[in-house]
Design a protein around this ligand. Structure first.
Ligand code: ATP
Ligand code: MG
Length: 236
């Protein structure tokens, strides 16, 4: 579904990605791991057209998307839960959810489309808080809202960048439970998170990024077995 080859990206004169290769199949859950500052968020920003890649090929559903404007890539079916949530603070929960909602334009959606009603049954807390402003929500509620907002675009691929960061253990567990439900419904997901144990439970495959290059990829059993790899590249 998504194939990335030789992706390079820079901020001004400073190059951050030096040839990232990765692939995600339909219905697959894949993680991107690596320590702080290694290029995870930059990879995501490049995939979404929020940063224009300086080299490399990105194909999504068979179409070349590298260099397209962000709104076209979103329309093609990539939904992002960004680092730091970035919900609209002065819009209500309901307004946040419908602001970027989109009917699926693309084929290959495995399940029924997301609607407010279906979303509220997944996140009952958001239904209760429907009329509250974004800035009146707890951190966990904001994160649920960020996930809900991405789902309302009916993405073929959902990308989460540090979706459990800074949340209480119970709220984290709730997010992992929701991601597991989405996975079982056939949603393809690229997940970036510091919690390697949770990732080995939910993801089918993993990529490790180090200084802008993919240095390892493999399945959960291989990641769990390789303690040297985990301490060298992940510090766990
Ligand atoms: N807007 C920016 N301008 C200049 N340099 C940046 C910018 N954003 C990130 N960088 C640099 O690019 C490198 C990669 O950053 P990136 O945010 O992709 O890392 P990351 O793997 O997501 O880290 P973290 O785990 O802390 O989120 C870092 O050296 C960072 O300082
Ligand atoms: Mg990051």
């Amino acid at each position: 579904m998504l194939e990335v080859k030789g992706l390079e990206a820079s901020y001004g004169a400073s190059q951050v990605l030096f040839g990232v290769d990765l692939a995600i199949g339909a219905g697959e859950v894949v993680s991107l791991l690596g320590r702080n500052g290694m290029g995870k968020t930059t990879t995501v920003r490049s995939l979404l057209g929020l940063l224009t890649p300086r080299a490399g090929a990105i194909t999504f559903g068979g179409a070349a998307i590298a260099g397209l404007p962000a709104f076209r890539i979103a329309q093609a079916g990539i939904g992002l839960v960004p680092e730091g949530r970035q919900i609209f603070p002065n819009l209500s929960v309901r307004e946040n959810l419908i602001a970027t909602a989109r009917a699926p334009r693309h084929s290959g959606v495995s399940s029924e489309p997301w609607t407010l009603e279906r979303l509220y049954s997944l996140f009952p807390r958001l239904a209760e808080r429907e009329a509250n402003m974004g800035n009146q929500l707890s951190g966990g509620e904001q994160q649920m809202l960020a996930i809900g907002r991405a789902l309302m675009t009916n993405p073929r691929l959902l990308i989460l960048d540090e979706a459990t960061e800074g949340l209480a253990p119970l709220v984290r567990a709730e997010i992992w439970r929701i991601l597991d439900m989405l996975k079982r419904a056939g949603q393809a997901i690229l997940v970036i998170d510091k919690n390697v144990d949770a990732l080995t439970r939910i993801a089918d495959r993993h990529y490790v990024i180090e200084k802008g290059r993919i240095v390892w990829s493999g399945d959960s059993a291989a990641l769990q077995a390789d303690t040297a790899l985990r301490s060298r590249y992940l510090g766990v």
